[in-house]
Design a protein around this ligand. Sequence first.
Ligand SMILES: [Ca+2]
Ligand SMILES: [Ca+2]
Length: 358
Amino acid sequence: MTFNYKSSLLYIACFSLSLTSCKDVDKTATEKTTSTIQIETPEGMVWVPRKTFLQGAKADDPYAMEREKPAHKVTVDGFFIDITEVTNKQFKAFTDATGYITIAEQPIDWEEMKATLPPGTPKPHDSILRPGSLTFNKNVNAIANMQNYGQWWTWQTGANWKQPQGPDSSIEGQDDFPVVHVAYEDALAYCEWANRRLPTEAEWEAAALGENDNTIFTWGNNADVLNEKANTWQGVFPTVNKPIDGFKYIAPVKSYEPNSIGLYDMAGNVWEMTSDFFNVNYYKSLDPKKTQVNPQGASKAYNPNNPYIQERIIKSGSFLCNASYCASFRISAKMAVSTDSGSDHTGFRTVATTDMLQ
Ligand SMILES: [Ca+2]
Ligand SMILES: [Ca+2]
């Protein structure tokens, strides 16, 4: 159960299934890289102090999946993190400055794509290889198999970050919405321009915990307040969408209360990319007696559902997440994303370390 978007598309097609500046300083980092250098918190970010915590599944989390186990002790050094998911406005500043063209705006290179698919996969029709991205199908009436997520994803020609639902859509008036339809490579390009990087999974979990310790959710352990705290899916996924939380689909950033250190949408709204490879066996490979210090994740990806590609971990869940399906609004939850494609419910937020800002 992962999101390997383009490859999923091809399974569907072939097999009939599948910024900041230093303006307002709300806090100053108290940790110094040397005895003389002190870094001011960049606008739109907060400081996450060095933290030692249990990464992974919480003992009392009924939704925890095998890939989240076992919980293990980690320490991450302090870092700055965006208080929101990267917005359309921020991403536009990047593309305006650089002329960058995202993956979704480019035709698909079949030779590259072929390498990520099972050997012998036939080339799909050229119409499938035109620029586009995956969008959630809002008109699903019935689902035969919840493991076949091709039933609720649609390849939308012309969908990209500027027109999230295809050529007839736009992001006008949506400056403060999270950017979507960005692939991992696009996020890296943004980071390079902005002098940022993606968080590791451990950093992301440290930030989601904030001042809490060992909680299931970014706000604590009370599952009953989910609809007040995050943009997720109510009703029956993916057929009955009841926006009890106020939003049927994507929401502007900061639509819900921040967590204990001022971070918004660490649960729900859009998925957020991390730099770690998605490897379902990684936690089980760690020495339980050792504390992992600034872990960078597995050395390579492993996902039995998508063995041909190197996927990365995404966190936070999205407006499509529902307790009946994967409950991915939990801190330890994760899914996988291929590096060459995006969708309309995956974005990212960035981090910076003090050495990056000197
Ligand atoms: Ca919602
Ligand atoms: Ca989010």
